[in-house]
Design a protein around this ligand. Structure first.
Ligand code: HEC
Length: 150
């Protein structure tokens, strides 16, 4: 009896783990996932903004690392925008799901700018870096203005 119970529990546990990897994500998990990704992006964006504004001394290695992480993380949010996740604890506007192609285009624009920033950051030319940081910030803003609630 006890054995059967343990076996059932184990099977349930395994299907839970497999479920999270293979099945369509639950909307509330998808929301947490994409917000987590954006938080990591924001976490790495802030020190670069401080350096560009002159609130913090320019540190080439730190800047390049932040830029690399933003470029990498920028590839991840899309899969968190699953159908049904427009409702709940989210600031994402339902318009995203009405024009997914435009949303994707804005994300791709940001990915491109972030990749370019990571590349330029390695060179250490702070004037060029500042310009490209501005372009990347614009790509964030153009999506937030249209698809994120305040
Ligand atoms: C293609 C659209 C898009 C682009 C590009 C984009 N974001 Fe966002 N961002 C969103 C949406 C939508 C949300 C709201 C997610 C939610 O609440 O479910 C968000 C949320 C955030 C959050 C809040 C996360 C939280 O829940 O605490 C931060 C920080 C953020 N974005 C930073 C950035 C930065 C920095 C960039 C540019 C490097 C950027 N985003 C580019 C769409 C975008």
């Amino acid at each position: 009896m006890k054995r059967l119970f343990v076996a059932t529990l184990l099977a349930a546990g395994i299907s839970l783990i497999a479920g999270s990897a293979f099945a369509q994500a639950k909307p509330e998990d998808a929301i947490k996932y994409r917000q987590g990704v954006y938080r990591v992006i924001g976490w790495n964006f802030a020190p670069m903004a401080a350096m560009v504004k002159g609130d913090r001394p320019y540190d080439a290695a730190a800047f390049a690392r932040n830029a690399d992480l933003v470029a990498y993380m920028s590839k991840l949010p899309l899969e968190g925008f699953v159908p049904g996740s427009e409702a709940g604890e989210t600031k994402a506007k339902p318009e995203i799901w009405l024009d997914m192609d435009d949303f994707k285009a804005k994300l791709e624009k940001m990915q491109g700018e972030a990749a370019k920033l990571a590349e330029i950051a390695k060179g250490g030319d702070f004037t060029a870096i500042k310009i490209q940081f501005g372009e990347t910030g614009k790509a964030c803003k153009s999506c937030h203005d249209k698809y994120r609630n305040k």
